[in-house]
Design a protein around this ligand. Structure first.
Ligand SMILES: Cc1cc2nc3c(=O)[nH]c(=O)nc-3n(C[C@H](O)[C@H](O)[C@H](O)COP(=O)(O)O)c2cc1C
Length: 308
């Protein structure tokens, strides 16, 4: 029998699969459905201090090798999200599925105020999204682009909450390990890597970018090698756990992520490709593959790609 349980900052997840932020994490019932579908933990859509409408359509598109999106961080604001989390916690309690609340802000102070409001709903973790590539025109360079700025946000959030803090990094940087080290030193309890990869698609008939926002974030199968490389480089340099996210669609993808050093595995776009059952399917495939390869626990496999 293969044991898929993993420890994430003292929480025992029944399996390593974590619903990634922005994908179905908008309401309590939806979060509960994902937990019922077998996720080991669920992440809410990122929320900000004030509500945001996001970008006009089109905002999400499948393009053959993955998705591109520029939703623009549409969310109901921190107060409303705190109510959603409190409600979701009740629904998730019988399933023992932890909830990760994702937050973002345009200033360090906004991150801290949002974290403070969200903490009142007692999520199991707070994920700090310093990496969204779709709102740069409004917010300037993402905090994840600069190790010092990333560390400052981490410190500010840690100062207002006792809930474990996961910092979500961007692949759109020269040296992701440097940013990872900076947030670890600033007190981050875990890292989530990666957010989407900045990209663009062009409509040749109209002669213009397809997304209303022009640029967006790539996710899904196309970005798996980028995510694996990032997780590998990060886990070579930090001791805190990493939620390896990006392009995981099958059990084999999840195993690659764990072999690269991930403690848990984010699943986002796979829900588009395989539906809600993605969580159960990936788990079954992961367990089968581990069994075939002679592994009995995730701990046994974690990071083995570093040994070669
Ligand atoms: C439609 C959509 C919306 C997303 N919204 C968020 C978000 O609000 N906050 C965030 O941190 N990441 C967001 N992401 C990024 C995902 O959480 C994840 O990091 C990325 O999609 C890579 O994983 P995947 O290839 O499994 O989808 C979004 C992704 C998609 C596809």
């Amino acid at each position: 029998m293969v044991n898929l349980g993993v420890d994430l900052c003292g929480y025992r997840l029944k399996n390593p699969l974590v619903l990634a932020s922005g994908v179905l994490g908008t309401g309590p019932e939806l979060l509960a459905r994902v937990a019922e579908a077998g996720a080991g933990a669920v992440t809410t859509k990122s929320c900000s201090l004030a509500p945001r409408r996001g970008h006009p359509n089109p905002t999400v598109l499948e393009w053959g090798h993955g998705l591109i999106n520029a939703v623009g961080l549409a969310n109901p604001g921190a107060e409303a999200m705190a109510r959603i989390i409190a409600e979701a916690k009740k629904l998730l309690a019988p399933l023992k599925t932890p909830i990760i609340a994702s937050i973002f802000g345009s200033t360090i102070e906004e991150f801290a105020r949002t974290a403070h409001i969200i903490s009142s709903a007692s999520p199991d973790f707070i994920e700090v999204n310093i990496s969204c590539p779709n709102v740069e025109e409004e917010f300037g360079r993402p905090f994840a682009a600069d190790p010092e700025a990333a560390a400052k946000v981490t410190r500010a959030v840690k100062a207002v909450t006792s809930i474990p803090v996961i910092v979500k990094l961007s692949p759109n940087v020269t040296d992701i390990a440097e940013v990872a080290c900076a947030v670890e030193e600033a007190g981050a309890d875990a890292i989530c890597a990666i957010n989407t990869v900045a990209g663009m698609l062009i409509d040749v008939y109209a002669g213009r970018p397809i997304l209303a926002n022009r640029t967006g974030g790539l996710s899904g199968p196309a970005i798996k090698p980028i995510a694996l490389r990032c997780v590998y480089e990060i886990t070579q340099n930090v001791k805190i756990p990493v939620i390896g996210t990006g392009g995981v669609t099958t059990g084999k993808d999840a195993l690659e992520m764990i072999m690269a050093g991930a403690t848990a595995v984010g699943v986002g776009s796979a829900v588009y490709y395989r539906g809600l059952q993605a969580f159960n399917l990936i788990q079954e495939e992961l367990a089968d593959l581990m069994q075939k390869l002679g592994y009995r626990s995730i701990e046994e496999v974690r990071g083995i790609a570093h040994r070669s």
